[in-house]
Design a protein around this ligand. Sequence first.
Ligand SMILES: [Cu+2]
Length: 150
Amino acid sequence: MLMNKTIVVLVVVVLILIVGYLLLTQTVSTPSELETEEMAKGIAEEGMPVEESDTEEMSAEEVRVISMRSGGFFFEPNVFNLKLGQPVRLEITSQGAHTFTVDEWNINVALEEGEVNVIEFTPDRAGTFEFYCAVPGHRESGQVGMIIVE
Ligand SMILES: [Cu+2]
């Protein structure tokens, strides 16, 4: 009987030690490794698809960059074609104070001399739209142009 009890107690103690060891190793070392692995995976998984979808979006609706000049009294180029729904980035260098104005799109931007004036918009309607300089007298002097959206 005494031997049996001792064996049982020993077995219980060994079991407790084993369970304790397993618990310790799981709570201390394994989860932190797992967490860092999961975090690394999460970063990789979050990072990669976002980059992929970004490049997909970029190629799907790539921003069209158009360099323009404005001066007295002209725009260069003064006619250009745009694609419906494709974002546009106009970079206008200006000689003198002018504006880039499109009534239909509520664009009316003062162009500052000596700077690249950036105007971004996305044509949401097809058609032919006039742009002009809103400084008094300039439109009449020929500072106008056409945007054709198809
Ligand atoms: Cu002008």
